[in-house]
Every structure is written in structure tokens, then in C-alpha cells.
Design a protein around this ligand. Structure first.
Ligand code: ADP
Length: 498
């Protein structure tokens, strides 16, 4: 049988451009799928950060016109290979992508031309395939930035015999980000007029890119089974719950994997010492170096170190954190929070930091090396997200022997087993009600167990032994691709040589 050909269309791909978990998925899943025998390739915008990291880029298409509304924009497409040998194609349009950030700046918010930027990217997918003479079986689309590909494919491209065999899979990494623009932006898409209706991408009189993905893709996936359920109810449905209930037969939740090579305590180049499930000694060294780098006093070594790494966004539970911080600082612990994002959250945390100079560090940076050192050096990891489509840090924590305390939602619910309710199988601590004292209670339960060294080692080792590899998730995606393709016209078999 010929290989399934998959084009990943993603607005961020680790390590070239990243704001969150989507980049980790788009960076790691292609390789896992290739190991399962697929022909996978990746298409992303050539942002400034990607250009800085990718030196050997070769031209593939030059000066190709992309229509946006009544204008043609001229773009280039470049090509390279990832270190794992996956073909990576990049849309070069400096006017759109050579910027300091991916979607907007902390000071001024979203870029005003985000609609144009991602219409261009979505339409360039067609240019790419035609230029390559490569017509993938599956377009795997991610989040609102690439959702229009599903509409272009369903309403336009599939009438071309080259595309009739292909299907679309749309993955929702976070339903809250929808790409909503004023109604008059619709004309920029050049989609048929009836697409701007409640059956298409119109949403309360506006143009909603994500909705195009939900309506026109063959299959929908989310990044954890629990989140796929939660988004079908109004609380987390972000206005799309009715549509998602309607499409529930085409909606599947697959828990993300993690990059087990990047997150490997036995070979992590960022760590001052290495360790393993059988020998946790190095973890203690990681904690000591981290405490001293953070400038915490000598006595902190004996106290548990709590860590948190997160985008500073309301979703991530900073309201709970703010409410419990005084009480938490009454306990014998130290806390380090690494994150960037919402300026108001950053400011209020920074203010609290000055009240607890020996116990609290707020580091407002995006720093991968530090993220690794915190995952290794902390004893307990906090993830009180209000909702969490999947979440990666709780899985990194488990792998690093850093016991997670999480709100029981989405992927946090699916990946952490509560040790209070399941003493023999528990890997962390979960609280069900999104309430400050429920969160504090769970931290307290973790601290109680921390005092019992043997039991603590047990729970650490259990977490470190979990399988969060991409191989497991990739197999589930492969089944979805096969289901989609089973419903498509078959590609004619090549004529055997005479
Ligand atoms: P989300 O995608 O909602 O931001 P995830 O937990 O799925 O949350 O993924 C977040 C990813 O971004 C993780 O790989 C995490 O380590 C990383 N990350 C978030 N903030 C920072 C930061 N300030 N510095 C380094 N890495 C960060």
C-alpha cells in the first residue's frame, strides 16, 4: 500500500516559532507519524524567529500571487528539512511575518492584519501543493490560523481531480482562540457568499475563522478526550458547543504526547545534573543549583520548592493563585513562577514578589532552558488552569519526578491520577472545584505526602514511568486519517510497467 501523505499546516512549529502547546504538537507529531510509515511534511509561515533558526533555506516557489480580496500579494515559498529529515516548507512574506511576535505584541494586542496574514497562509497551501506536484491525502490543520484551508478545500480545491482524494482533519488546540473579524473582512477570503451564513463561518454577524474549520473539515480532533466532552457544553464551548454537539460523531479527543527526547532527565543538556527513575540523586543537585541561581537563601534547600511555568493568561488559573498566595507563603515552601503574557497578571505577581523576597520569584521571560531547569529542580508543579485542552507541563513534570497539583479539567484530568483517592496508583494531586481553597487544600495534601520520603519517592517514580510518548497518540491519529480516507474516492493505482 502507498504511504499516507499528510501535510501539517500550522502557524507555529517548535523549535522555529512557538507561543504554546500547538508548536510542540506540530514539532513532534510529524516525526512520530513518519515512524509509522507516513509521508509527512510541514508548512508554516517564515517568521523572524524561524528565519533566525533556519539557515539553509532553498527557494521552492518565487513571486507567486496569492489573492486576498481584490489584491494579489506576491509570496515566496522556501524549503528545508528538519533535523529529523521531515520536509519543512515556509511561506515567506516579510510584510506579514518578519515581526517581533507571531500574532501581536503584549503592548498593542493582536496585529491588525491577522486576517490577511492567515488568509494568505491558508491560500498558499494550494500554491505549495501545485508547485510540488504533491497532493496530500490529508491536510492536517491546526487552530483558527489554518482553519480556512478546510473551507477552500471543501468549496473549491476538491473540484480539481488532484485534490478530490484528499480529506481534512482539523485539530482544536484551544477553542477560546477563534480568529474573529468584522463582517466586511469576509470579502477578503473570496469564498462563496453563502459561506457567510450561520451554516458557514458567520458567527453573530462576524467572520469566524475557527468556525470554518469546525464546519468544513472532515474530522475534528481536540487534544484530550476530556476536553472533547467539555467543549460540547456551554461552560467551555465558547459559543461553539451547539455546532460541536451536532458534529459529535466526527469529534475525537487524543491526548498529546510529549517530546521524550527533548524532555529526558537522563540527557537534558539544560540541567546541571542528570537523573533517572532509579537514581534521583541528580534531581537534588538540580534543585540546589536552581535555588542558588534564583537567589533563594541557604535554608530553602530543606523546604519543598513549588514551580509553575505558564503563559500568563486568565485561563491558567492566576486568579486562584493570587487569592491563595498569602496563605501559601505562610507555609514552609518556596515558589518560582516563569511566564509571560497578560501585562496585568505580570504586574500583580511582581507586586507580590516584593512582599516575599526570600520565598517567591516571578520571572517574566520566555526561556526554554529555565523551563527545563524549573521542571527538574522543583519538587511540586502547580497547574490550576480553569480549563486546559491538554496541557504539556503536567506531563513534563511527571516525567521529571516533579509531582503535579492540577485542576481536574481537560487534559489535566486525563493525564494525572489523584494520589489521595488512589493511593496505589496516584501520580499527582487534583482538585475538582475551581475554588481557591480547593487548590490550597490540594497543595497541602501534596506537602503532607512530601514529608513521607518513601511514599514521595513512590509517587515520583510512578509519574516518571508513565508513557506519554507521541507513538501512542500518533497511532490514534493514523486511525483517524484512515477513517477519513475510507470515505473519499480512491486514488487510481499507478499503471504497472509493461
Ligand atoms: P498552552 O499551549 O496553553 O500555552 P501548554 O501547557 O499546552 O499550554 O504548553 C505550553 C508550552 O509552552 C510548554 O512547552 C511550556 O513549557 C512552554 N512555556 C510556556 N511559558 C513558557 C515560558 N515563559 N518559558 C518557557 N517555556 C514556556
Amino acid at each position: 500500500m502507498s504511504k499516507i501523505q499528510i501535510l501539517f499546516c500550522a502557524s507555529e512549529v517548535s523549535p522555529y516559532a512557538k507561543t504554546g502547546g500547538l508548536a510542540d504538537v506540530a514539532g513532534a507529531l510529524p516525526e512520530a507519524l513518519r515512524k509509522l510509515g507516513c509521508d509527512v511534511r510541514i508548512f508554516m509561515p517564515l517568521y523572524r524567529s524561524a528565519r533566525e533558526k533556519l539557515k539553509a533555506l532553498k527557494p521552492l516557489a518565487e513571486d507567486s500571487p496569492i489573492p486576498i480580496g481584490i489584491h494579489d500579494y506576491h509570496v515566496h515559498i522556501l524549503r528545508t528539512l528538519t533535523p529529523a529529515g521531515i520536509p519543512l516548507y515556509l511561506l515567506e512574506k516579510d510584510e506579514f511575518f518578519d515581526r517581533s511576535h507571531l500574532y501581536g505584541t503584549p503592548a498593542h494586542g493582536d496585529y491588525e492584519d491577522n486576517a490577511e496574514r492567515f488568509i494568505a497562509f491558508s491560500r498558499a497551501v494550494h500554491t505549495l501543493c501545485v508547485r510540488l506536484h504533491w497532493y496530500p491525502s490529508i491536510f492536517h490543520l491546526h487552530d483558527w490560523q489554518t482553519a480556512l484551508v478546510a473551507a477552500y478545500h471543501r468549496l473549491n480545491w476538491r473540484y480539481d481531480p488532484n485534490f478530490i482524494h484528499s480529506g481534512t482533519v482539523f485539530t482544536i488546540h484551544n477553542l477560546a482562540y477563534q480568529g474573529v473579524f468584522p463582517a466586511d473582512y469576509f470579502s477578503l477570503t473570496q469564498l462563496p457568499p453563502d459561506v457567510f451564513s450561520f451554516r458557514g463561518m458567520e458567527f453573530w454577524g462576524q467572520c469566524n475563522f475557527l468556525k470554518a474549520g469546525l464546519v468544513y473539515s472532515d474530522m475534528l480532533t481536540t487534544v484530550s478526550p476530556r476536553y472533547s466532552q467539555e467543549i460540547q457544553a456551554s461552560e467551555f464551548g465558547c459559543g461553539m458547543d451547539g455546532l460541536l454537539r451536532d458534529r459529535h460523531n466526527s469529534l475525537v479527543g487524543i491526548l498529546n504526547g510529549i517530546d521524550c527526547e527533548e524532555w529526558n532527565t537522563e540527557a537534558d543538556p539544560y540541567l546541571p545534573a542528570r537523573y533517572s527513575m532509579d537514581d534521583l540523586e541528580g534531581k537534588r543537585a538540580c534543585k540546589e543549583v536552581l535555588l542558588s541561581d534564583l537567589g533563594f537563601p541557604e535554608g530553602s534547600r530543606r523546604k519543598p520548592l513549588l514551580g509553575m511555568i505558564s503563559r500568563m493568561a486568565a485561563q491558567k488559573g492566576f486568579d486562584l493563585m493570587g487569592e491563595i498566595l498569602d496563605n501559601l507563603m505562610d507555609l514552609p515552601v518556596s515558589l518560582v513562577i516563569l511566564g509571560t503574557g497578560d501585562a496585568a497578571i505580570e504586574k500583580s505577581l511582581k507586586e507580590m514578589e516584593s512582599s516575599f523576597p526570600d520565598r517567591l520569584r516571578i520571572l517574566t521571560a520566555f526561556d526554554e532552558a529555565l523551563a527545563h531547569r524549573i521542571e527538574a529542580g522543583a519538587d511540586i508543579f502547580l497547574m490550576p488552569s480553569r480549563y486546559e485542552p491538554c496541557g504539556l507541563n503536567q506531563m513534563y513534570s511527571l516525567r521529571y519526578g516533579t509531582v503535579p497539583v492540577v485542576h481536574a479539567t481537560g487534559g489535566l484530568e486525563d493525564s494525572v491520577v489523584d494520589a489521595v483517592q488512589n493511593p496505589d496508583t496516584g501520580t499527582g494531586f487534583k482538585f475538582a472545584d475551581y475554588e481557591p481553597f480547593a487548590f490550597l487544600g490540594s497543595i497541602q495534601a501534596a506537602l503532607d505526602l512530601y514529608r513521607n520520603r518513601d511514599k514521595w519517592r513512590e509517587i515520583q517514580r510512578r509519574g516518571m514511568g508513565q508513557d506519554f510518548s507521541w507513538t501512542r497518540s500518533a497511532g490514534q491519529y493514523l486511525n483517524i486519517y484512515k477513517n477519513v480516507l475510507a470515505r473519499k474516492p480512491k486514488r487510481p493505482s499507478p499503471i504497472p510497467p509493461a
